[in-house]
Design a protein around this ligand. Structure first.
Ligand SMILES: NC(=O)C1=CN([C@@H]2O[C@H](COP(=O)(O)OP(=O)(O)OC[C@H]3O[C@@H](n4cnc5c(N)ncnc54)[C@H](OP(=O)(O)O)[C@@H]3O)[C@@H](O)[C@H]2O)C=CC1
Ligand SMILES: CC[C@](O)(C(C)=O)C(=O)O
Ligand SMILES: [Mg+2]
Ligand SMILES: [Mg+2]
Length: 344
């Protein structure tokens, strides 16, 4: 049965007086550090010298090396890229762990796929917002919150769940709801969601729609508005009131087209391939291949990234967005973080 926790059911006092180290100051790192600080907690950020270090300093956060932050903290949240966590954990965090500390994650990848094995005398749990870090920060500042998951892997102190809930409240996720899960369930569903629907599925759908229109001779700018820009406005309505609200706002013509054409695009074969994707995640095949890609210096990742950047939809989009300053306003904070974390 699903168990949800909301702000009013959570006592955040258990984290008062504890030092929380946020390791990494990227998408999730900056959001957790700033939200926890604004919630009145004692936060130190641990990163290497460079863009993130400078950004955290400029934001008025206490910043140290990873090893120093881990050493002085009671609660250590690892918000580094998943593929870098194992090395940083082994070299800089593990030697500074003490019995009774809490070791945290925002995604279960490294624990679930056996990359990190913490000692038995520390709590190990995750608090994973169900949304991009920049929105975790933006929504918190707006008085809202991105819902999150939490899961306990090890409860050495008997306090793991209370600390996890207090942490989830501190970053604003309990405003949207904290759902109790396991590392296995969080890891597999998160990977599936981002691959099949949220990132892989959505970008492939947008690109294919754009290409279909442009190849048929329609203007690329029009194709951009139709397949990418307007998607946000349609998804906003789904977000606010589900598919029904979106269908209430669109024309009856669009709604009829939705019913008859949607299943032609995403059909039983698509669903069967979604199941294959899920199987590869569950079996560990995806994780093994991603780890290997990193060990080999990311040749395919780099090529995919470059091809994506050079796709016509991106060139057209950059030009059109430059004429819409209201979009660029929101983008500023993401770009600052992106450029701060772009180095390897
Ligand atoms: N992105 C998201 O919105 C979400 C992410 N998650 C999870 O959160 C975790 C963090 O992901 P995300 O926020 O995307 O990570 P990012 O890619 O944004 O993290 C980048 C940060 O890690 C630092 N970093 C990278 N390598 C090292 C290193 N060797 N030593 C010290 N610092 C280093 C970077 O510093 P520098 O500037 O020096 O490179 C930067 O501060 C992952 O487990 C992810 O799965 C969960 C939910 C959503
Ligand atoms: C959808 C991608 C995500 O899982 C997220 C923002 O929740 C991620 O890993 O970044
Ligand atoms: Mg996710
Ligand atoms: Mg993810």
């Amino acid at each position: 049965m699903t168990t949800m926790y909301y702000e009013q059911n959570i006592n955040g006092d258990i984290l008062k007086g504890k030092k929380i180290a946020i390791i990494g100051y990227g998408s999730q790192g900056h959001a957790h550090a700033l939200n926890l600080k604004d919630s009145g907690y004692d936060v130190v950020v641990g990163v290497r010298p460079g863009g993130s270090f400078d950004a955290a300093k400029a934001d008025g956060v206490d910043v140290k090396t990873v090893a120093e932050a881990a050493k002085e903290a009671d609660v250590i949240q690892i918000l580094l890229p998943d593929e870098r966590q194992k090395a940083v954990y082994e070299n800089e965090i593990a030697p500074n762990l003490e019995a009774g500390n809490a070791l945290m994650f925002a995604h279960g990848f490294n624990i679930h796929f056996g990359q990190i094995t913490p000692p038995a005398d520390v709590d190990v749990f995750l608090v994973a917002p169900k949304g991009p870090g920049h929105l975790v920060r933006r929504q918190f500042e707006q008085g809202a919150g991105v819902p999150g998951l939490f899961a306990i892997h090890q409860d050495a102190t008997g306090q793991a769940k209370d600390i996890a809930l207090a942490y989830g409240k501190g970053i604003g996720s309990a405003r949207g709801g904290l759902l109790e899960t396991t590392f296995k369930e969080e890891t597999e569903t998160d990977l599936f969601g981002e691959q099949a629907v949220l990132c892989g599925g959505a970008t492939a759908l947008v690109q294919a729609g754009f290409e279909t229109l442009v190849e048929a001779g329609y203007q690329p700018e029009l194709a951009y508005f139709e397949t990418l820009h307007e998607l946000k406005l349609i998804v906003d309505l789904m977000f606010e009131g589900g598919l029904e609200t979106m269908r209430y706002s669109i024309s009856d013509t669009a709604e009829w087209g939705d019913y008859v054409a949607g299943p032609r695009v995403v059909d039983a074969d698509t669903k069967s391939r979604m199941k294959d994707i899920l199987t590869d995640i569950q079996s560990g095949k995806f994780a093994r291949e991603w780890i290997e890609e990193n060990e080999n210096g990311r040749p395919n990742y780099t090529k995919f990234k470059e091809d994506g950047k050079n796709h016509q939809i991106e060139e057209v989009g950059r030009k059109l967005r430059a004429m819409m300053p209201f979009i660029n306003e929101n983008k500023k904070e993401v770009v600052r973080e992106t450029s701060a974390t772009a180095q390897n």
